[in-house]
Write a protein that binds this ligand. Structure first.
Ligand code: ADP
Ligand code: MG
Length: 156
C-alpha cells in the first residue's frame, strides 16, 4: 500500500513560501516529482522560482504557459518546469513519462489536468489564497520516499 502523509503550512509572506521551497529543493533527487495546484495567483510559480534557486539555478524561471515545458540545466539537478494549464483536459501525451523518470526534478503546475499521465508517487502541493499575503500550503506526500522528504522538511 502506498504510504501517504499530509502537512499544512501557513505562509504569511512570499518570503516564507520562498524559504519552504528553497528548503525542499535541498532534499530532492533525480526523478522526484512535485505537483502544484492552486488558483491563478496562488503562488505556484513563486514556489517554483524559489525551488529553482534552491537547486542552484541562476536563470530566472518564468511561467511556461505557452511552451508547456521548460528545462533548466545549470543547477545541482536539472529542473523540468511544466505548466499544463493550456492543455485543458484534452488528453495530449507530450512524453511526460520521460521527464518523470528522468535525471531531474519535475514540477507540474495544474497537474490534475494530466491526471492519467501522472506517476503513482509524488509530492502534491495545494496552495490556497487566504488573503493578500497569506497562503495555506497543503503538502501531500504519496509514497514512502516523499513521506520521508516531508518529515524532514517539516521537522523542527
Ligand atoms: P500562480 O503561478 O499560482 O498563478 P504566482 O506565483 O504567479 O501564482 O503569483 C503569486 C503572487 O502572490 C505573487 O505576486 C506573490 O508575490 C504573491 N504572494 C503574496 N503572498 C504570498 C505568499 N504568502 N506566498 C506566495 N506568494 C504570495
Ligand atoms: Mg503560474
Amino acid at each position: 500500500m502506498t504510504e501517504i502523509n499530509e502537512f499544512t503550512f501557513m505562509s504569511t509572506s512570499p518570503d516564507e513560501t520562498n524559504q519552504l521551497a528553497a528548503r525542499l529543493a535541498t532534499l530532492l533527487e533525480a526523478g522526484d516529482v512535485l505537483l502544484l495546484e492552486g488558483d491563478l495567483g496562488a503562488g505556484k510559480t513563486t514556489f517554483t522560482k524559489s525551488l529553482a534557486k534552491g537547486l542552484g539555478i541562476e536563470r530566472n524561471v518564468n511561467s511556461p504557459t505557452f511552451t508547456i515545458i521548460k528545462e533548466y540545466k545549470s543547477g545541482r539537478l536539472p529542473l523540468y518546469h511544466m505548466d499544463v494549464y493550456r492543455l485543458g483536459d484534452e488528453f495530449e501525451d507530450l512524453g511526460f513519462d520521460e521527464y518523470f523518470e528522468g535525471d531531474g526534478v519535475t514540477v507540474v503546475e495544474w497537474a490534475h489536468l494530466i491526471e492519467e499521465q501522472l506517476p503513482n508517487e509524488y509530492i502534491q502541493i495545494n496552495i490556497y489564497h487566504e488573503n493578500e499575503t497569506t497562503r495555506k500550503i497543503l503538502v501531500k506526500a504519496m509514497g514512502s520516499r516523499y513521506v520521508e522528504i516531508c518529515k524532514e522538511l517539516f521537522k523542527r
